[in-house]
Design a protein around this ligand. Structure first.
Ligand SMILES: [Zn+2]
Length: 373
């Protein structure tokens, strides 16, 4: 999974005369009939090689071969986007399987090109999860529907309840105080680490899991800036597996996402109605796409539309026309107009937001876009 810290490390890699090859590839099976991105990437690599200076070429030839054989060997395993950063000279290789579309590009430079990855971190909401217990805590991030555990916090010397009534003659009451004191120290430590984690990763939303009692305790200790980020809580055991945590947090996540999506749709519809750089409905969206105006494309997850596209320039339409109005090229059937629209929008630098369900959007044509101008 992508993390800002990871990308920061990668960004630091630039050094000396080494060259890096950064490849971003649209591997969405819906817009790539018969895995035609394999042919596509071969052409991209070839035309890049032709442009390169001989000295640089010698340095990255190995990377190009490695990338090509990796894509050929793994083609069935891909999601929507693929990013590969490689430098044979530096003995460096990273791959990112992305569930969002990316713009096709190859960059050969003295540093790995990570801007598209940073954009994904910025443009798709991320959530931090703190699972907190009396003597340990775990931190997770949820991004693009996946969960990853980042770190564990253990605080030494939190006495367990089982020692209660031991040989050392603390009265029950003072023993409880003794435990509370240690749990308090532990939670203080957790809060400190949580704060650092949130600011390091720029995560703006937090969900807390644990027992009711511990959640209450830790919430009371959070500084306001962190408390403001809480969007909900859930009950879970400390030893739960990542996927169980994701399941437990899901109701909180879904409620929050739904609210945010409703706000986005309301904004879209209001602006479209006032003609303020927004459009709704597939025809207006396709027109805006053709003009390169889309800033953010929004559509319902289950929205399907077929149409036709120009064999020559890729112009997309749902109207029955026999020749492309832009280049007179021949038109061919396009089954996945929405997926193609999303890909083209991404290639123009737009963000894509897919909404699982929203009645208002459905009643307004299931698709819309915020425009740049
Ligand atoms: Zn055309």
């Amino acid at each position: 999974m992508l993390s800002r810290e990871d990308l920061k490390e990668i960004a630091k890699m630039q050094a000396g005369d080494a060259f890096f090859v950064s490849l971003y590839l649209n591997v969405n099976p819906m817009t790539n009939v018969k895995n035609n991105y394999v042919i596509h990437v071969k052409n991209m690599l070839k035309s890049t090689l032709e442009r390169l200076d001989k000295i640089v070429l010698k340095k990255v030839n190995n990377d190009f071969e490695k990338i090509e054989s990796y894509i050929v060997a793994n083609k069935r395993a891909f999601k929507k986007g693929l990013a590969i950063l490689s430098s044979s000279e530096k003995n460096f290789w990273r791959e990112f399987q992305l569930s969002v579309p990316v713009k096709n590009e190859i960059i050969v430079d003295r540093a790995p090109y990570i801007k598209p990855l940073l954009d994904i971190l910025d443009n798709y909401r991320r959530y931090a999860i703190l699972l907190v217990g009396r003597e340990s805590a775990r931190l997770f991030i949820i991004h693009l529907g996946e969960i990853e555990e980042y770190t564990e916090v253990h605080t030494e010397d939190v006495p367990g309840k089982h020692k209660k009534g031991g040989w050392f003659s603390l009265s029950e009451k003072s023993y409880e105080r003794h435990i509370d004191y240690h749990v308090g120290l532990h939670l203080k430590d957790v809060v400190k680490q949580l704060e650092a984690f949130l600011s390091r990763e720029y995560v703006g939303r937090l969900i807390i899991g644990g027992s009711e009692e511990t959640i209450k305790k830790v919430k009371a200790m959070l500084p306001q800036t962190v408390a403001d980020k809480i969007i909900g809580t859930f009950q879970a055991e400390m030893f739960a597996k990542s996927n169980e945590i994701l399941e437990k947090a899901r109701p909180v996540l879904q409620a929050f996402e739904k609210k945010k999506q409703a706000e986005t749709v309301d904004d879209l519809l209001t602006r479209a109605m006032k003609n303020e750089n927004a459009v709704i409905g597939i025809e207006d969206v396709l027109n805006a796409l053709q003009e390169g105006r889309i800033m953010k494309l929004i559509f319902l997850k289950d929205f399907r539309q077929s149409g036709i596209s120009c064999k020559n320039c890729g112009y997309l339409t749902i109207q029955e026309i026999s020749a492309c109005p832009y280049c007179k090229g021949t038109m061919q059937k396009a089954n996945y107009v929405i997926e193609l629209t999303a890909q083209k929008a991404v290639e123009q630098g737009a963000i894509v937001e897919i909404i699982p369900e929203n009645k208002k959007l459905q009643e307004s044509g299931s698709i819309g876009a915020f425009l740049r101008f």
